[in-house]
Design a protein around this ligand. Structure first.
Ligand code: PXL
Length: 282
């Protein structure tokens, strides 16, 4: 045991069914050997990506009292990782958490989970995307996909046929918001490979981790990837190492999922947990 075991807080929704947000973040970060506290932003019967008629309870009203209680109890977190938020007001509440329940060297990771494949998820608008860009400005690490990065920087969304100039512009745009490091997923310069691009403030050259590109995408991979990334960083890995570990873990989960047509709603990350644990204990 180290003298001080680190504690992570993750703020995102509970989609009761659907293998995303808190139902993946909690098991994955715990599997990394890290105590994980949660703050649910909303409770949904399922995620919003393909199910019809889901329920949605916004928990914004509960958050100020929860945070006030933690503050009173002098509870602080060594890392705060935010994902899907339930309302625009929650963005300001997260900024407050960064001030009130963070240790002095708290690692602040923002996954602006709000859009993919060129489109906002159900319930979000560009006003929300703008607010989210201000939260990214306070982060140590921002974990956007290309859609989210384009929406927050005002650059056009391109799904293919781009080169490094476009990717660099997106990443510089996120750093210009005030973030210290941006780790961009879904970078595709050729059909065979998918890349994760890493750039920190003051650096000119992007670092990459490329891995095999699967034919189809799986639902929830963004949350699986971000959770493993946070786990690896809290375990002392650099952003590039964390990107590789999280990328390989996510790919293994996708490989365990393909071929099961009934499993369209999520990714079987559970099958890949032994790989993640092994990698972090090497
Ligand atoms: O995986 C991102 C996500 C998280 N939470 C909810 C979602 C989605 C994506 O669709 O609907 C509720």
């Amino acid at each position: 045991m180290t003298s001080h075991d680190k504690k992570v807080l993750t703020v995102q929704d509970i989609s009761c069914v659907g293998q995303c947000s808190l139902t993946v973040a909690l098991p994955i970060i715990s599997a990394c050997g890290i105590e994980t506290a949660i703050l649910p932003s909303a409770v949904l019967s399922t995620h919003t990506g393909g199910f019809q008629g889901f329920t949605f309870r916004d928990l914004t009203e509960d958050i100020p009292d929860i945070v006030a209680h933690w503050e009173k109890e002098k509870i602080t977190f060594d890392a705060i990782y935010t994902g899907y938020l339930g309302s625009k007001r929650q963005i300001d509440l997260v900024k407050e958490m960064f001030r009130r329940v963070a240790t002095p060297d708290c690692l602040k990771v923002v996954d602006p989970a709000m859009a993919d494949h060129g489109k906002l998820y159900y319930g979000f608008d560009m006003d929300f995307a703008h607010e989210m860009s201000t939260l990214c400005g306070e982060a140590d690490v921002v974990l956007p996909n290309i859609t989210e990065a384009a929406m927050m920087t005002g650059l056009p969304y391109k799904d293919k046929g781009y080169d490094e100039t476009y990717i660099k512009a997106l990443m510089d745009g996120i750093l210009a918001l005030g973030a210290k490091t941006v780790v961009l997923t879904g970078v595709c310069y050729d059909e065979a490979q998918l890349g994760i691009a890493v750039l920190s403030a003051g650096e000119q050259k992007i670092s990459y981790y490329f891995h095999e590109k699967m034919e189809k995408s799986c639902h929830g991979t963004g949350d699986i990837y971000s959770s493993a990334f946070v786990g690896a960083m809290v375990r002392g890995r650099t952003p590039l190492e964390a990107a590789r570990i999280a990328g390989d873990f996510t790919l293994a989960g996708m490989k365990a999922t393909v071929g099961d047509e009934g499993h369209w709603y999520g990714t079987k990350f559970e099958k890949a947990l032994p790989l993640l644990i092994h990698e972090l204990n090497r």
